[in-house]
Structures are given as C-alpha cells and as structure tokens.
Design a protein around this ligand. Structure first.
Ligand code: PMP
Length: 424
C-alpha cells in the first residue's frame, strides 16, 4: 500500500512545491521496458527513468551480479582501502574510452562528478601556477544541480535567477546553431574563437555536452564545434571537459558522443547508464596531462572524497551494466528508434502547434510552440500505456535499448494522438 497522503505532505519530489505538489504515480515494480503502477496499470517507460535504465527493469544479469556482491561486501570506505569491483570497473572504462583517458575518480552522482571535473581543471592550473579560474560553456547546456554544475547550466532555463547572488559567474557563448547534418564552414567558429581569445587568461576549462544538449533544451549541434574547441584548448592550455553523463554508453548512436567528432577531451564525466540505472554512481576520467599536471604540482592531492565513493554494490552493478553495453549494436538500436519512433512523429510537422520534430541516436524530440501542461499530458499518455516526462515545450523520448518495434510504435502513437487531440 502506497501512502500517497504522507508522500504528498512530507516528501519533496524533484522541482516541486510541497504546498502544491504535482501529481505522482505509485510504482510497484518494473520489468523489461515496463513500469507497473500501483493500481495495476502497465506503462512503457519512454524515458529509461531519466536516461539511466537502458537495459530495462529487473535485468537478471545485473540482479545476479548484485546478489553475489551483497553477500561479500556492500560498502567499505575508499579512503585507504580498495576492492575488486572498483578496479574491474576502472579497467573496463579505460578499455572503452579512447586515447589516454585512463585515470578514474568515482563520484556518487552526475552532478558531483561535474564538480570533481571542474575541481580537477582548477587544480591542474593551480599546480602550474596559473591564475585561470573561469569556465567557458554554451547556452542551453545542463550539467547538474549542485553549485558549480548549476553555474554552467543555461542561464535562462537553469536556476541562475534564484541563486545568482551566490553562483560563480562563468562565461557563456550563444547556442551552437549549426545542426549535425548542416554544411560546416570554419567561419561558424569565428565568434566563439574571438570570445575565448578575449578571455584567454581567465578561462581554466571549457565544459560541454558533446553533440547532444539534453536537459537544457534537447538540441543537437555539429561535431565540428568539438574539433575547434579541442584545437583552441590545446593552443591556450585550457582543460576540455566533455559531460557524457547523458550521452555516454550508446545514447548518441555511438559508445560515446565524442566519437562522432573523433575528439578526445582531457576529462570526461559519466553516469546515468553506467549502472544501468540500478544505483547512483558516476565516474570522472582524466588523461595523463591532467593526472601529471595535478600530481606534479605544489598541491598534488586531488581534494575530493565522498563517503560512498566507489561503493562496491554500485561498481558491481556498473560492471554488469557495461558487459551488456559492450554487447549491443548502437547503430542498430538508433536505426530502430529512428524508424519506429522518430520517423512516424514527423507527421506532426503539419500540425500548427508543433515547432520541430528532431532526433539523434536513440533520442526523439517534439518541440511544441508553447509550454505543455505536464499533469494533463502525463495523465493522457498513461491512459495510452506510455510514461514520459515532458518539460517546457519539449515532449521527448529516450527509450530503453531493449524497447522493441512495438514499444517504440506505442510511444510514437501516443505522442501523435495527444498532440493531434490537443491534450497538452
Ligand atoms: N550532466 C548531464 C549532461 C545530465 O544530463 C545530468 C542529469 N540529467 C547531470 C549532469 C546531473 O546528473 P545527476 O542527476 O546524476 O546529478
């Protein structure tokens, strides 16, 4: 029995008021790409639980890995101790990531991993005696809800307004308007280059979500931008950070979105699908330049160490999740999402209320001309057997990697139907 009244009165859900909370749905269990609601209704999860449960729910391979780990060691402090699940996981990440992205820090959530990546960049410059301390980023980005992560989120869609007095001030360039399939011309980077050169003595790092900007607006941009960022970072000794928390592990159609540009950052942050959505865990992986830069300096100790760092259960879930991830064909998964989810939704381009229908990898997005009413749209989607969590003007789906043609068709049918009937 779910005590909805207690939940409503005493428990904060994400981005809600406690006095007038938005409706929540009780969940009793999950299997495959389905969530079973408390009242027995079954919905297809078109969100992979905020892009994390990529293998679906109740995956027997991950379940078994956790069951055997729990009988050995659920947790032990990582200060002064280590364990096999963490070492195995760092080895796997090293093998999967390109170049010399070899040195792993395990953080306890995506936002914290962004904080650690930013601290690494600052410590790298500190060690070299530089006074650079600002971050350069792009509008429409999203990097998490903790303080420094917030400071590099989109200044309009993010939480800058409320926290502006206490947020570190970073440097934003405008949206990257060249789309992945548009023709590229190097002059597209001219303005950004000027902005960076003008502040080159202040910029410690550039942080960006490669190709896919997720929670900041579900926008996709041309991979060439990343190549140009890499070049200028090399020239000016700026640390390049890719936030692959949302895009990593196949969502963009390749293992990592950076592969679309063949560009390797100095630091990458990973999370979400890392554990298949089983537990909270993130990783910050840096290259030798950052590792040596910090370690050879006057302050060679990386200053971070959360209580639950490298939790063995979370690492075991991640090891099992990565085994599955390494067995998938992401090109095939993207093509399936494209064919059965995105392409059918293109009929909506004829509807006056729709601004755009776009996709990339295993992501499909409908952008409306006005904000949608989340409570109404969620209720109507659930009636049609689908779970999505639209925000602002965006109705989007990032389905699980195991969702088949039928599930994908159900999601697109439901979205088309509610938009055509004006139920938003
Ligand atoms: N970076 C990106 C690109 C994200 O999409 C998110 C979460 N949506 C985060 C950071 C923050 O991760 P977490 O919610 O695990 O703190």
């Amino acid at each position: 029995m779910i005590d909805y009244n207690f939940d409503k009165e005493f428990i904060w859900h994400p981005y809600t008021s406690l006095k007038n909370p938005t409706l929540v749905y009780g969940v009793s269990r999950g299997y495959e790409d389905k969530i079973v609601l408390d009242d027995g209704r079954i919905v297809i999860d078109g969100m992979s639980s905020w892009w994390s449960v990529v293998h679906g729910y109740n995956n027997s391979y991950i379940n078994n890995a956790l069951k055997s780990q729990i009988d050995n060691l659920s947790h032990v402090m990582f200060g002064g101790m280590t364990h096999k699940p963490a070492i195995d996981l760092a080895k796997k990440l090293q093998k999967m990531l390109p170049g010399d992205l070899d040195y792993t820090f395990f953080a306890d959530s995506g936002s914290v991993s962004v904080e650690v990546a930013m601290k690494m960049a600052i410590q790298y410059h500190y060690s070299k005696g530089h006074s650079k301390a600002k971050f350069f980023t792009v509008r429409s980005g999203y990097h998490g809800d903790t303080y420094h992560a917030m400071s590099v989120c989109d200044p309009e869609n993010g939480m800058h307004r409320i926290f502006s007095k206490t947020l570190p001030l970073q440097i934003f360039t405008s949206d990257l308007k060249v789309k992945p399939d548009d023709d590229w011309n190097d002059s597209h980077f001219d303005n950004i280059l000027k902005e960076i050169l003008a502040l080159k003595n202040d910029i410690a790092g550039i942080i960006i979500e490669p190709i896919v900007q997720g929670a900041g607006g579900m926008k996709f941009y041309h991979p060439e931008f990343l190549r140009h960022f890499r070049t200028i970072c090399d020239e000016l000794d700026i640390v390049l950070i890719f936030d692959e928390i949302a895009t990593g592990f196949g969502r963009s159609g390749k293992m990592f979105a950076m592969e679309h540009a063949s560009v390797i950052p100095d630091i990458v942050t990973l999370g979400k699908a890392l554990t298949g959505g089983y537990m909270t865990l993130a990783a910050v992986v840096c290259n030798k330049k950052i590792r040596n830069g910090i370690s050879d300096g006057s302050f060679p100790v990386l200053m971070h160490g959360p209580t639950f760092m490298a939790n063995p259960l979370a690492c075991s879930a991640a090891n099992a999740s990565l085994d599955l991830i390494n067995s998938y064909n992401f090109d095939k998964i993207s093509k399936r999402v494209n064919k059965y989810l995105l392409e059918p939704m293109k009929v909506l381009l004829d509807n006056k209320v729709v601004k755009d229908v776009r996709g990339f990898g295993a992501i499909a997005v409908v952008e409306m001309k006005r904000n949608v009413e989340m409570t109404i749209i969620t209720r109507e989607l659930i009636k049609r057997g689908v779970w999505l969590r639209p925000f602002g003007k965006l109705i989007y789906s990032m389905p699980t990697y195991i969702s088949d043609e039928k599930s994908l068709q159900n999601i697109s049918d439901a979205i088309i139907d509610i938009i055509n009937r004006g139920l938003f």
